[in-house]
Design a protein around this ligand. Structure first.
Ligand code: IGP
Length: 406
């Protein structure tokens, strides 16, 4: 556990590069040999994990090295050096993300540090300082938010709190049981006040009342939005629902970019967390799923296109995959996405591996539920259509076209 902590204790970084940075702290003096050493380490990591990018990265590394070798300013401070390193690592991480088809960029640093002598193209890459879509905006804001939260509560504090937390409830088990009991997909009912695409969905928003109404209506699990700025949710909502006597396992609906958030979610009462493949590198997903297993959480890995599905299916140990019918970049909703991603060989592999698939977003009617069930989902994640109902319990019966409460 301690090893995991060191590697993943920094925001903004994939596990490997965090380890790399960690060592960078220890190795800053004297400068040239150590830079070369650090660089070769980064190079090794890149080569191991992104073979098809080998050539371009090698070339860029060579360019940076040449630049540094010709650097004449001997007064460069350790602090500036560290900034240079961090900036470069950001660029390399961007490269790795692009090679995996991830279009969401992490928050750009404020441009090249002083004394930077790397290739010109790197300067250009960081020109775009405005987010390209809503998901990117959310992620950039989250980066800042999480680094602030981490200052207030360290990971070691969270780990101490974890030792006293009641064990997590079986999220996947509850979905399977509900599916077997009702013959329709197990319901994850979402406690959601607002969203960037739909605005405020319910003015009289009482999270505990809604949660209890969902449970009464036969929800297997609940999803609680915790993002404040864009969804008007909160960790307080998660906590009050957990302490209200509601028995359903809880999904912490958060934009997770740092393992610290996983521990935080568990401390606040979560039984499952969401990992969004459009945002996270393969290695990050793998690493975060491992952390979830260590602390007893289920991980719902969300995909919204074929590329993301293939990336996730290439990872081991995945139990729960969500297919989002809403493109988080454009807000476009199309429930046939669930069907498309489960067709052919992909669907077969999923069945063989016993992965539970959750159909997410845009489900309003019994026909919608039947459609995604026909496509192969064993669970659904529903917010808008039930949270907007005056009586969410009746909303659930309306959504399924029958009473699914036990
Ligand atoms: O309200 P809807 O259309 O029923 O969607 C619920 C849920 O799928 C959606 O809120 C969601 C799916 N993935 C997300 C990731 C972040 C925030 C929200 C989401």
């Amino acid at each position: 556990m301690e090893g995991l902590y060191v590697v993943n204790s920094r925001a903004n970084s994939s596990a490997l590069f965090s380890a790399h940075k960690f060592r960078a702290h220890q190795l800053l003096n004297p400068i040239p040999q150590k830079i070369t050493y650090l660089r070769s380490m980064a190079q090794t990591h890149m080569l191991n994990h992104s073979p098809h990018k080998q050539f371009s990265i090698k070339a860029q590394m060579a360019e940076i090295n040449a630049g540094l070798a010709s650097m004449s300013n001997p007064t460069i401070s350790n602090e500036d050096l560290l900034k240079i390193k961090e900036w470069e690592i950001g660029i390399l991480q961007g490269e790795l993300a692009a090679s995996q088809g991830i279009s969401i960029r992490r928050r750009p640093p404020s441009g090249p540090p002083p004394y930077y002598v790397g290739p010109f193209e790197f300067h250009l890459q960081n020109e775009g300082k405005t987010p390209c879509n809503i998901l990117e905006e959310i992620i950039w804001y989250k980066d800042v938010e999480v680094s602030e939260m981490k200052k207030r509560k360290s990971l070691s504090m969270l780990k101490m709190l974890l030792d006293n937390a009641p064990p997590a409830r079986d999220f996947v088990g509850a979905l399977k049981a509900a599916n077997l009991r009702t013959g329709v997909p197990g319901l994850i009912a979402e406690v959601k006040k607002a969203s960037p695409s739909r605005g405020v969905m319910r003015e009289d928003f009482d999270p505990v009342l809604i949660a209890k109404a969902y449970e009464k209506g036969g929800a297997a699990c609940l999803s609680v939005l915790t993002d404040e700025k864009f969804f008007q949710g909160s960790f307080e909502n998660l906590e009050v629902i957990r302490n209200s006597g509601v028995q359903c396992p809880l999904l912490c609906k958060e934009f997770i970019i740092d393992a610290w958030q996983i521990y935080y979610a568990r401390v606040k009462g979560a039984d499952a967390i969401l990992l969004i493949a459009a945002v996270l590198l393969d290695l990050d997903i793998k690493y975060m799923v491992t952390i979830c297993k260590l602390i007893g959480l289920a991980a719902l890995v969300e995909v919204h296109n074929e590329r993301e599905m293939d990336r996730v299916l290439a990872l081991e140990g995945i139990e729960l995959v969500g297919i989002n019918n809403r493109d988080l970049g454009t807000f476009k909703v199309d429930i046939s996405n669930t069907k498309t991603l489960l067709e052919g060989e992909r669907g077969e592999r999923i069945r063989e591996r016993g992965i539970i698939v959750v159909g997410e977003s845009g489900l309003f009617t019994p026909a919608d539920i039947a459609y995604v069930q026909g496509a192969g989902v064993k669970a659904v994640l529903v917010g808008e259509s039930i949270v907007k109902q005056k009586d969410p319990t009746a909303g659930i019966a309306g959504l399924f076209g029958k009473n699914i409460a036990s």
